[in-house]
Design a protein around this ligand. Structure first.
Ligand SMILES: [Zn+2]
Length: 413
């Protein structure tokens, strides 16, 4: 599947040297409340583009026959998706995947032409897709803009609603759209397609609270926190007021924060984890193993980002605590309840802490088990050219040392 290349006397799979970064935004192109745009930026490395050239865009099955829906629950946060869509593209070629995705999204999968960089070897994969129209190209440039240190936008998935007479909907995707850098590989397109897949099933699932109502309810509760917090400070310790604060704090964590993160930042873990599983089980083909590196970093950074969000998501304008983070609110309630021996409130806070810890550790386990399998893959394919990040970890002893690792020494920066 992968072409071999001879460099420095060694035969190795020509793989990417890259660093990936996830930036799943809780923001929207046109309507901040209802739509989520997800963007993926990949650090530009010429060799990364070159690695595409070893998998011709026509490699793989040319025809994808749409199959009957098969809704399944993934091991990632119980997120549901239509497995027939993923199955359809597993062994397809890049060209066929583009055509299939474009049919599924009713003609709304567009490519963004790659600027030529002197000396770079680029093999565009998606030249058969229509070029993004000007307004979407502007959107792309906006998200691509501000890229520092060579980060490059790889793909976007969003609902193009809230303009042109298309209202957003809680229960169905409206004008779902994918934009993709034409020189990215199939993995990226399948990744964006999985965002479509997860998003559609989330909206179809009546048990899932619509994100727009969660956002509205969150605003209402934040306002209540502001008032209760001020009252507590003003009139002195009051058990009922503290209990009410705790009820809001608990909801904000378990409903609003949880669902928002699982739909945005942690959806990256769900998508990449699923694709890693498919790849390592030899089901997902015609993609570069370089994507394993990206996937691992995507997943780790997403979890870090979720933890950072938890520390920084704040309730603005609380009297006496201008930016009250969810964590700070929880600490305040816990300390007050402990001081005054209000056991029920304290154990309710402890319940929230346990909920959060379970959530974080189960996410860590999901990532760790994939990390183990990815490292194992690298170990058994010693001539794979590792990314800078993988090499760094190897250098600091994240890997068990094995004879194969002598190979990587050659590429130490
Ligand atoms: Zn993504």
């Amino acid at each position: 599947m992968i072409g071999n290349m001879k460099v420095g006397g060694f035969n190795f799979f020509n793989l990417a040297v890259l660093i990936a970064m996830v930036a799943a935004l809780g923001a929207c192109a046109y309507d901040a409340e209802e739509v989520t745009v997800r963007r993926h930026r990949i650090r530009y490395e010429p060799i990364y583009d070159e690695s595409r050239c070893f998998i011709p865009k026509t490699q793989g099955e040319d025809v994808i026959v749409p199959a009957a829906e098969e809704i399944v629950t993934s091991p990632f946060f119980g997120k549901r998706y239509d497995r027939s869509i993923l199955k359809g593209v597993l062994t397809a070629s890049a060209v066929a995947t583009g055509r299939y995705a474009n049919d599924l999204l009713r003609g709304r999968v567009f490519r963004v032409p790659r600027d030529t960089v002197p000396g770079a070897v680029v093999c565009p994969m998606f030249t058969e897709l229509p070029v993004a129209p000007d307004d979407l190209r502007e959107l792309w440039d906006r998200f691509a803009g501000g890229a520092r240190g060579g980060w490059r936008l790889a793909g976007l998935f969003f609902e193009d609603c809230g303009r042109d007479g298309f209202s957003c909907s809680d229960r169905e995707l409206v004008r779902p759209t994918i934009l993709i850098d034409e020189a990215r590989d199939r993995w990226t397109l399948v990744h964006e397609l999985m965002h479509f897949n997860f998003s559609r099933e989330r909206k179809r699932d009546p048990r899932m609270p619509p994100l727009s109502s969660l956002a509205k309810e969150a605003e209402r509760r934040k306002q209540a926190v502001r008032e209760l917090f001020a009252a507590y400070k003003k009139t002195g310790p009051d058990r009922n007021v503290l209990a009410a604060l705790q009820a809001h704090s608990s909801w904000l964590l378990r409903e609003w924060f949880y669902h928002t993160m699982v739909h945005t930042v942690l959806e990256e873990v769900a998508v990449e984890g699923l694709l890693v599983d498919e790849f390592l089980s030899d089901r997902l083909q015609n993609v570069s193993p370089a994507s394993l590196d990206i996937a691992l970093m995507y997943m780790e950074r997403s979890l870090e980002r979720m933890l950072a969000e938890y520390d920084s998501r704040s309730i603005k304008g609380v009297e006496g605590a201008e930016d009250l983070s969810l964590r700070a609110l929880r600490t305040f309630i816990y300390e007050e309840a402990s001081k005054r021996n209000w056991k029920e409130i304290r154990s309710s806070v402890q319940g929230d802490i346990a909920f959060f810890s379970r959530w974080v550790s189960s996410t860590r386990n999901l990532i760790d088990s994939r990390r183990g399998r990815i490292y194992e893959y690298f170990r058994s394919n010693p001539f794979i050219r590792f990314s800078v990040e993988t090499k760094r970890r190897a250098a600091v002893g994240h890997f068990e040392h094995s004879p194969e690792w002598r190979v990587f020494e050659l590429w130490k920066d």
